[in-house]
Design a protein around this ligand. Structure first.
Ligand SMILES: Cc1cc2nc3c(=O)[nH]c(=O)nc-3n(C[C@H](O)[C@H](O)[C@H](O)COP(=O)(O)OP(=O)(O)OC[C@H]3O[C@@H](n4cnc5c(N)ncnc54)[C@H](O)[C@@H]3O)c2cc1C
Length: 480
């Protein structure tokens, strides 16, 4: 009887287990080891008895692309279609995004018309940058920073303001260090193949016309921009857990930490997995944890691999959820971001109640829920003179101050929650793709049945994590 062990019960680990059960039935036993007492990893939702929901990690997923459609298919297979909360492209929460610059909220253009106007904080209509884009030279290097790519193609202002802020919103990272090849692969590919983003968008292959069905079809027909679940994002992880446990031979073990991983002696092709309470001889191990954490599980004899795995940096993010009485938001939209020159430690504020009013407390549909994101690559700026993070009370004060200054919300929140998410977003710096390719090659050469999935490698978004887990399992199933 073959046994597969998956280390980590976040989106990547649970999806790996789900797809192994679906496509690789030879693994009669599928065990997920999760050190925490709950499923989901960074997919972490607090649900209050009055119906209010706070997300401390991801809050919405996009339905588009191979990855987006794959997650929707999974949602359908898990029987969660009835719980999906779509955000339509016509909703203010999808159309309106803001930058906070020089004391003002500035609406980003949300249609072609907006490109022709001079909209603050930009000094000229964005169409000027877009129109000149095809005439800029191609980069000779294979990779460069996102900032350098955008400055070259779209100009200094776009790079310093819009892209700087966007990278803080998505990666909590510094666009001067993040890799364009790893973080924005479609843009990188368009330049390499067509010489420009515009040419790639206009003339790039759209692929064969797809036959959509079920939720992906509904999402396309109804024009969804994003979606969540009625029970919050952690509900997706809980449903995957249930599906794995309900399939014969499947087991998700909570409070079970993997402490060591080494090639089984005298049993070539097997891996010994030591947990804090037992030892498992596995025929297949999938690591679905941060690469640095995997490094710490490997033996000294694998020093080269350990060193490589430890090389990936990550950032800490402080997430402060706030709830206010009544609708106190001055604008409707998804939220606003701050470029790093404006305020280093506050990355942005998400207007959760505008996107998902269904997650407001019952009986008070007009309450306002916000999430203030802080830290990331600028985490050090949050620390006090002794190099210590202020306590929760002070962080709530800092968050409410930001909401007061940036959104004019003068009332006091009626509920709040602070979480320090340590090493939560891996930073794909320039050269990241080469690093991942090298790691995978080393693992192939080692002939160990150890596979890597998760946010450390080929995309940190939940959709990437789930889709990469499926692709890994299907490649094993087809021997490719
Ligand atoms: C604040 C924040 C907001 C985000 N917003 C979005 C968003 O809006 N949209 C989006 O798509 N993505 C978002 N992301 C990114 C996304 O949530 C994560 O990249 C993704 O959930 C990572 O999933 P994972 O399974 O790869 O890793 P994790 O979620 O890190 O899961 C790994 C699991 O392994 C467990 N573990 C670790 N070591 C061991 C061990 N030795 N033994 C057993 N178990 C172990 C951990 O407890 C954890 O549960 C956000 C992330 C954060 C932090």
């Amino acid at each position: 009887m073959s046994t597969a062990v998956i280390i980590g019960g976040g989106a990547s680990g649970l999806a790996s287990a789900f797809y192994i059960q679906k496509f690789l039935p030879k693994y009669a036993k599928v065990i997920v080891l999760e050190s925490a007492k709950r499923a989901g990893g960074w997919m972490y939702t607090s649900k209050y008895s009055d119906g209010c929901i706070f997300e401390h990690g991801p809050r919405s997923l996009r339905p588009v692309g191979e990855q987006g459609k794959n997650t929707l298919q999974l949602v359908e297979e898990l029987g969660l279609a009835k719980d999906v909360l779509p955000v339509f492209r016509s909703d203010p929460a999808a159309k309106n995004r803001y930058l906070y610059v020089e004391g003002k909220l500035c609406a980003m253009p949300n249609g072609v018309g907006g490109l022709f106007k001079t909209l603050p904080p930009f000094s000229k209509p964005l169409i000027k940058s877009v129109g000149l884009e095809p005439f800029h030279r191609r980069c000779k290097e294979n990779d460069e920073s996102i900032h350098s790519f955008v400055r070259r193609r779209l100009g200094q202002e776009m790079a310093d303001i819009a892209i700087d802020a966007m990278c803080r919103g998505i990666f909590a990272g510094d666009c001067r260090k993040l890799s364009v090849q790893a973080c924005l692969p479609p843009l990188h590919r368009m330049e390499k193949e067509y010489g420009s983003i515009l040419a790639g968008a206009l003339f790039g292959s759209k692929g064969p016309k797809e036959q959509l069905s079920g939720l992906p079809k509904r999402a396309k027909q109804e024009g969804w921009a994003s979606w969540s679940l009625r029970q919050g994002m952690q509900g997706l992880a809980e449903s995957m857990t249930q599906a794995v446990n309900n399939t014969h031979g499947g087991e998700v073990r909570f409070g079970s930490r993997c402490v060591k991983l080494y090639p089984s002696s005298g049993d070539a092709g097997k891996i010994t997995v030591q947990t804090d309470s037992d030892t498992i001889h596995a025929d297949l191990v999938v690591s679905a944890i941060y690469s640095k954490d995997l490094a710490s599980l490997l033996p000294g004899t694998m020093e080269g691999l350990r060193e490589d795995l430890s090389a990936l940096p990550s950032v800490h993010v402080v997430v402060v959820n706030l709830e206010y009485k009544d609708d106190v938001l001055p604008v409707k939209g998804f939220g606003h971001l701050l470029p790093s020159y404006e305020n280093k430690s506050i990355l942005g504020i998400v207007y959760d109640s505008c996107t998902f009013p269904e997650h407001n407390r019952k009986g008070s549909p007009n309450s306002t829920r916000l999430t203030v994101m802080m830290g990331g690559a600028w985490y050090d700026q949050l620390l006090n003179a002794d190099g210590v993070l202020p306590d929760g009370k002070e962080l709530v004060w800092k968050a409410t101050e930001a909401a007061a200054k940036q959104l004019g919300i003068r009332s006091h929140p009626i509920r709040w929650h602070v979480s320090l998410n340590k090493e939560c977003i891996p930073q794909y710096q320039v050269g990241h793709v080469t690093w991942v390719d090298g790691l995978e090659e080393k693992l192939r050469q080692s002939k160990l049945p150890l596979h890597l999935v998760g946010a450390s490698y080929r995309g940190p978004a939940v959709n990437d994590c789930i889709n990469n887990a499926r692709k890994m399992v299907q490649a094993m199933a087809t021997g490719t």
